[in-house]
Design a protein around this ligand. Sequence first.
Ligand code: HEM
Length: 452
Amino acid sequence: MSTMAELAWRFAAAHVLLLPAAVGGIAYLLLRALRASQLRQDCRSPPPGGIGGWCRGAVGAETLSFLAADPPHFAKRYVRTVADLLGEHSLLCTSHGAHRRMRRAVAGLFAPAPTAAFAAAFDRLITARLLADGCKGQAVVLDAALDVTFRAICEMLIGPRDDTRELEQLQSDVMDVTQAMLALPIRLPRTRFYRGLQARKRIMDALRQEISTRRENGLKLDHRDDFLQTLLLKSHMDSPEEALTDEQILDNILTLIIAGQVTTATAITWMVKYLGDNTDLQEKLRSVQLDLASKHNDAPLTLQHLNTMDYAYKTVKESLRMATIVSWFPRVALKDCQVAGFHIKKDWLVNVDARSIHYDPTIYDSPTVFDPSRFNDDMKPYSFLAFGAGSRTCLGMNLAKIMMLIFLHRLVTNFRWEMADHDTSLEKWAMFPRLKNGCPIQLTPIRKDKMH
Ligand code: HEM
């Protein structure tokens, strides 16, 4: 067997879930929720194996090319209700054909200058938040992380907001949309789904108002450099085929907030928990990071600083592997086809199960042990799928890593922490597996005079 085929064969069994079209949408929602609530994220116990009675199994060699190349007979497909909430132009929901153009337009925004500005903004926000939580001697990590990730992402997308009430309204609306993504699509007042639709409408109205104010003020004279401004300016300058319409811009601003906030905040929370449970690794990391902090004289963090944080980066990666925030990548067959002997009918959903790859003992030794040093060795191709693979790889991957690294550096160089509540129950019906208690920690300052 060739090396590729051998590697592919290892991915056999349990890495792919096939769902018939007839049960597709609702079953997918139920399975995701069920899966999230079944998982025990305790590092000492492995996640449970299979779920449901649907066909679950090997795709073999084609798994790799399926992930890497997104073959023309498969497209990414979320259930219809996700498009109702994020908008039909959202990068996550747009048609297979339109996706490439939309992705090109949005990806262009993640240039070095805005990324550097984003890192500076996140550093400022997390430093202020930790200062406040540090004074109280405790923090609920999920709450802190949701708050700073939201503020930083919004600042990058639509600029800093002076009006706190406006920002809080937006934050609460975004949360309602996120929660509605897993709800049953019942459009009756007081249901979760209905609340999500109403929240989307308020967000769209507020953003439309923002666009019209900017246009009235004259776009070019309005010296902002956020994503919204860049996209609006481009829509005036680019040829009609390249320019995005207002509706496309709005759907994707909302998509970036939703795709970026809860994922990153959840990943940060697990990272803090894993280090709270492994105090020897926490101490090791602290000593490395304090050394780096003294070398850069406690200055605000820059991308150059982050590039030197090798052990912290491995800690981030290990946390992402263990937590596998996005565990399934849903695809739909566009026509009847054969994959490694499986006959897959048109419209069947095919889900790659990233979690089972991240916990496969033939890929990762002792996969349930939290061990950042496992990333000292080169990885096998397609063995680390925290951000997906192929043409649908996460667009915000670098931003997510930046946020996780900065959060980690500021926390570990300023405080020792331990878990304030050891309950590991998971929240039911959450989009991503997360602790019900939000991960409360006790903070002990390392140095009282100033923040590192
Ligand atoms: C730790 C945090 C994050 C994780 C674990 C994560 C994970 C992922 C994964 C696995 C995918 C691909 C899903 C698939 O192929 O079906 C994805 C797509 C995406 N992510 Fe992230 N993500 C994170 C943070 C972010 C951030 C910060 C942003 C932007 C602000 C973002 C924006 C997106 C977008 C727009 C897509 C869709 C790309 C496309 O379909 O072309 N993500 N993410």
